[in-house]
Design a protein around this ligand. Structure first.
Ligand code: GLN
Length: 194
């Protein structure tokens, strides 16, 4: 089976692992650089992107992660994972840096405290029907999309909440929280086609 890495420094690693195993993948928790060597794709989970950034630097994972993403490894980032993938970050934690890979400008915690969390249905052209039921939890927003990236999903008011670039998908929301598996299936297809 395909070996799918899940960055396991912090965050909702188990939810992604469970979903990937249901899809028949072998899950590799990634905590150090050597674990990046034998994976076919990578998931960057939700959590706290500032903490993940700090831990990635402490564990020496930051540069190896940048390299595998730049080399074209299929990657799915959700919420904090989208923040890690953004080329440009607004409202980051003090000193927070990103890995890059997705030509977008992302604002962290963009939905404010009042509507911290909500669920909604999204129509995603790349997936087709039915609509994606998904959860936004202290979610970021894609404020600008650069020429190398394209929109994968937006809210009914037009705000962009998912983008892709080559084999990199970045989602502001949590598909794993509502059992939506089609973005993960896409990741596995990309891994297979590689
Ligand atoms: N607000 C978090 C961050 O800044 C992301 C929230 C999430 O991943 N659910 O990283």
């Amino acid at each position: 089976g395909l070996r799918i890495g899940v960055l396991a420094l912090q965050g909702d690693v188990r939810e992604h692992a469970r979903l990937l195993e249901q899809l028949g993948a072998v899950v590799v928790p990634v905590r150090r650089a050597s674990e990046l060597a034998a994976i076919d794709a990578l998931v960057l989970p939700g959590g706290e992107s500032g903490v993940m950034d700090r831990l990635a630097r402490l564990t020496g994972l930051r540069e190896p992660l940048r390299e595998v993403i730049a080399e074209g490894l299929p990657v799915l980032g959700t919420c904090a994972g989208l923040i890690l993938l953004a080329e440009h970050l607004l409202d980051g934690a003090p000193g927070q840096e990103t890995l890059g890979g997705l030509d977008v400008t992302v604002r962290r915690n963009a939905f404010g405290s009042q509507s911290d969390s909500f669920e909604t249905d999204l129509e995603v052209l790349a997936l087709g029907p039915p609509a994606v039921r998904t959860a936004f939890i202290r979610a970021p927003l894609i404020e600008r999309i650069g020429p190398r990236a394209s929109t994968l999903a937006s809210l009914p008011d037009g705000r962009i909440v998912a983008a892709e670039q080559g084999r990199v998908q970045g989602l502001a929301f949590h598909p794993e929280a509502t059992g939506e598996s089609r973005f993960h299936r896409r990741l596995l297809e990309q891994a297979r086609g590689r």
